[in-house]
Design a protein. Sequence first.
Length: 470
Amino acid sequence: MSRLKEVMAPLIQPIYAQAAPNEPIELGSVDVQFEHEGITYAEPAAVVMRFLPKHRLSFVITAEGKSPLFGMSLLSDKDWNGQLTLVERGVTIECVLSAVSSDGIVLIPRTSCVEVTPPASAITTVTFHLFNFAEFRGPEDYSLVSGNTSQVSSKHCGCVVLEAGGWRITLAATVDTRDLAKALKEQGGHVITHVGTVARDDGSTFNTAEAEDVLTCLHYFLSFAIGRWAGLALPVGFDADGDRVYEQWGMRRTSPDLWDGAMAWFDPLCGGLLKEVFPGFFALWNSELWRRPLTEALYWYLGACRGGAGIGVDTGLILAQTALELLAWTYCVQDRKMVSQAAFKPRGLSAADKLRLLACSVGVPTHIPAELPYLLAKPGHKWIDGMEAVTAIRNSLVHPDAGSQMAPDWDYDAWRLSLWYIELTLLRLCGHHGRYANRLRTRWAGQVEVVPWARSQPSNVDTDKSSEVS
């Protein structure tokens, strides 16, 4: 194992930080303006990110100098348009009145994440913050050294650099990542675990729309990697002079569940997997055909992953099959044109055949793995393959009848199998031929294996065309 590069300061300096999970983040004070009953109010507002009982961005306007009834009159004004203008920034956002007290009023944006700067065209770098990401080890890790000549201490900081389409994204641990991750496991909530930067490979400038697009792609990719919505938040963009020209407040969609590290195809001890898969994901993201089905399939997949954290594995299985059928339709009908649209309509292929066509085309195994004993022990007769098991059990949940009674734990195994199918399919579409963490196995940290199609390339897979998709 090579010696880590030693540095005296963090590779990326966070703009915001927390000392403990759920600690509010104060974003400063801004002058705001709004209208109410024909009167224009101009007030200073404190801007705070709060995380309990759930994360939200708040604008707090004090009641100093106002009638105690001011807040109540605003609350009862059904015609109030909710528009809050950030005077110095020249930006107007839609808000709702969240709370009224003797101390003042609290307004929250209608969307969880808002841009608070006008469009910019000369951004050179964006620094963003990542909440609740898995503590990982990557190929660009470094050692943060502190202390003096008599007593020196060092901390291992995970780091990975993602490169695709002329972009360079660096994701690194902070000096407190390990301690904060430990606290997060014990109490749950939200805390900044990592920080990152986005820049062009050649150092050229980019605009607000381009920054937003790359960050959104990264949000989906990192969420796919860990099997739950990753908390990408609080990006700040700078120009060549170091001035802030782009900024978002709030947090993108993030998992509400207790933090549990990563439970998907990504193993935190193999951070290089992020580096390997991202270019193919970025290519899919920028495909006119694939962006919408990619984001929708991931939405269903990430919802399905919550089957073990609140919604139930039965619901998770239903969501997972929705994602699989969308991927099958897009790949087999729209992309490769293997069958006509009629084949995916009523009286066409069965649900199992649709998924079977997808799996066989991309090299995903269709047999039921030995790690799913409940499915392998089906009373009476055996399933033809995993596709029959997944779709039949899903149908028994959606259309129950006397002949579709399930044995105990069938739905649990079918849920796990369906998530495995989604992960493998998306990894194949990303053109990944390396290793991955197999969610079906009881494995130790760092245990990964080669993807099935790299072990035995199916004869009916067109690798050249597949690379075009990915």
